[in-house]
Ligand binder design. Structure first.
Ligand SMILES: NC(=O)c1ccc[n+]([C@@H]2O[C@H](COP(=O)([O-])OP(=O)(O)OC[C@H]3O[C@@H](n4cnc5c(N)ncnc54)[C@H](OP(=O)(O)O)[C@@H]3O)[C@@H](O)[C@H]2O)c1
Length: 280
């Protein structure tokens, strides 16, 4: 099994590499492959001859995308399309990662794959366009929407809360955003299971089950060691609008015979119990 992994230097990209150790993996970080460059993408694909392409690359700065929507589009929409078009050209399958932020939060209950997206931010609009380009490419494509990713590699909410707790409380965390925290390692193992089983086509939600607010998540992360105080999204003063409710529920993943992920609490306990893996 030959796999081309784009975005290999990111949080998910780095957790994917141990999960895919059974495959012949060709990891490309941003420096080695710019997915916004269609010629570079085609050249890499022609060199590697992949059976699978995994796109873990993204312009992931939600606030930054408001100021640089064209840059976000070049990666999240055009770049995703470049990889999918190359996959279609050589008969490879593609796994592409998308986001809970494609939804506007108005539903107030977990979103299934059948719910209609309505992205609120530039980041979310470019990610939604990326999904559509991948699904329309003609490649055997699997788009996985995930949420609130965290791992020991890279920057994320869990590591930020742990670092802030080290500096001392109280911590002020938004209580009016609810979502599905997901361990990058669990998503990586889910992707490995998907590939092992030969793949499935279409759009899937893949998250640790259950939902919580960022405030509840922060309290679970610090486990009572420091005080956590609820604030509103308006008080947090971020640039990009975020959905107030973006928990995902996966109907199609288990229906396709793929293993359901654990609850977010079990995943967080496992994560916090691990010795921090060295950054590489
Ligand atoms: N993090 C979350 O909470 C979250 C939530 C929902 C969905 N997702 C999705 O999950 C996927 C993985 O996210 P992540 O958390 O692993 O993000 P990440 O840590 O920011 O990793 C993204 C990687 O993509 C690279 N990249 C940026 N532009 C590129 C380009 N033009 N060509 C090639 N590589 C490029 C980045 O490199 P540089 O840093 O060098 O630019 C970075 O290494 C993304 O599709 C993201 O949208 C993430």
């Amino acid at each position: 099994m030959v796999i081309l992994l784009a975005g290999a230097g990111g949080q998910l990209g780095r957790d994917l590499q141990p999960a895919l150790r059974g495959a012949q993996l060709h990891p490309f970080d941003h420096r080695q492959l710019d997915i916004a460059d269609a010629r570079a993408v085609n050249a890499a694909v022609d060199r590697v001859h992949p059976d699978w392409i995994i796109n873990a690359a993204a312009f992931n700065d939600v606030d930054g995308a408001e100021k640089a929507p064209d840059q976000a589009f070049a990666v999240n929409a055009a770049g995703a399309g470049n990889l999918a078009d190359a996959a279609a050209r050589v008969g490879a399958a593609i796994v592409h990662i998308s986001t809970d932020y494609v939804f506007d939060g108005a539903k107030g209950a977990p979103y299934t794959e059948d719910d209609r997206p309505n992205p609120l931010s530039a980041y979310a609009r470019t990610k939604y366009e990326g999904e559509q380009r991948v699904l329309a490419s003609g490649a055997a494509a699997c788009v996985l929407r995930t949420a609130w990713l965290y791992g020991w590699q890279g920057k994320n909410f869990v590591k930020a809360i742990l670092a802030a707790a080290e500096r001392g409380g109280p911590l002020r965390v938004v209580a009016d955003q609810v979502g599905s925290p997901t361990a990058a390692r669990d998503l990586s193992e889910a992707i490995a299971a998907l590939i092992e089983r030969g793949g499935v086509r279409g759009l899937f939600h893949v998250v640790n089950s259950g939902a919580c607010s960022r405030f509840e998540f922060a309290k679970a992360i610090v486990g009572g060691r420091v005080e956590v105080l609820p604030i509103t999204t308006a008080e947090a003063g971020r640039v990009a609008p975020r959905p107030k409710y973006s928990a995902l529920s996966s109907m199609r993943w288990p229906a396709a015979g793929l293993p359901a992920l654990s609850s977010w609490q079990v995943a967080l306990d496992r994560f916090l119990g691990e010795k921090q893996a060295p950054e590489h």
